[in-house]
Design a protein around this ligand. Structure first.
Ligand code: PSU
Ligand code: MN
Length: 305
């Protein structure tokens, strides 16, 4: 197995890793499929800046012209944001075809974890992860993100999962597959736009030092999987649960009526929720990503010590 032939690290990321300096991975589906242009590009650049301000080097991950990129240039980020949904949303099953054909791909949590692990990056910040969809008992729609967390050793720092998903079943799935779910400063699983879901995380952790220690022990024990850190959206940016839940319920009904399925489901629901809440949800989304980037950078700094 020699994936290095397909992997391009930016000079800055390669040098940081070589010198043992902290690096944080970032996904690109959030750029191409998760937010509208130009807010997607602005946010991606602000997230990188936040990581730098907290002492780490950002590595935005994507597939560009069939190359696995660990560290995108400003131009590549602009290209991913401007092209939007014209860029293939790349999960694990897409990777070989995109590389073989020399295509572009916006990496999901799954493929960002894969490429981060190939590059030697251990900490990854994002907004929300995929999970078990509502109605999965008949549709079997379960995000590949959960499977990836069970076998790729990367710590994923997110704001929980959106209630477009069945959060209870998502936690059950993670438990079955041996993925620890940590709450940063909370015992409750945050629900992305809101700090509360009514579900408990496995453990509450209060410092980046402890997050780093848990990750290090997991590696030293030889555990194959990742660790999920759920970091609640800051109070001042959290949304009214009634407004957001009404928008989510309506988006799910529309998806069912229009027969949306497969990889289109998550982007459809995200876009509808954003439209139905008049852009308030986009503002919250941006803030929670910045919040996760800061925590990821601090954790990467501790992990290095
Ligand atoms: N959830 C969000 N925002 C996102 C995604 C999920 O709140 O941007 C994206 C992530 O890239 C995630 C992917 O990995 O959607 C999951 O897609 P699917 O459910 O098709 O596996
Ligand atoms: Mn799916």
């Amino acid at each position: 197995m020699d994936y290095t032939a397909f992997l391009d690290m930016s000079p800055e990321v390669a040098q940081a890793l070589e010198q043992g300096r902290p690096v944080v991975a970032l996904e690109s589906t959030i750029i191409s499929h998760g937010m509208p242009y130009p807010q997607n590009v602005e946010t991606a650049l602000r997230v990188e800046e936040t990581i730098r301000q907290n002492g780490a080097v950002p590595a935005t991950i994507a597939v560009i012209g069939g190359r696995l990129k660990a560290g995108c240039t400003r131009e590549e980020i602009e290209h991913l944001g401007r092209s939007g949904t014209a860029v293939t949303k790349a999960s694990r099953r897409d990777l070989a075809v995109l590389v073989a054909r020399g295509m572009d791909g916006a990496t999901t949590v799954t493929t960002t974890m894969m490429i981060a692990a190939m590059a030697g990056i251990r900490i990854f910040a994002t907004g929300g992860i995929g999970g078990v969809h509502r109605g999965a008992t008949t549709t079997m729609d379960i995000s590949a993100d959960l499977e990836e967390l069970s076998h790729t050793p990367v710590m994923v720092i997110c704001a929980g999962a959106k209630s477009i998903l069945d959060l209870g079943l998502t936690l059950e799935y993670l438990e079955t597959h041996g993925v620890p779910v940590l709450g940063y400063g909370t015992e409750e699983l945050p629900a992305f736009y809101t700090r509360h879901s009514g579900f408990k995380v496995d453990y509450r952790v209060d410092t980046p030092e402890e997050l780093a220690r848990i990750f290090r022990v997991s590696s030293e024990l030889g555990l194959p999987g990742g660790i999920l850190v759920t970091n609640p959206i800051p109070e001042e940016y959290s949304m009214d649960p009634e407004i957001i839940n009404a928008a989510i319920d309506r988006a799910i009904r529309e998806a069912e009526e229009q027969g949306i399925h497969g990889k289109a489901t998550t982007p459809f629901l995200l876009a509808r929720v954003k439209d139905l809440t008049g852009g308030d949800s986009l503002a919250s989304n941006i803030q929670l990503v910045l919040n996760n980037a800061a925590l990821a950078a601090k954790t990467a700094v501790c992990l290095r010590r």
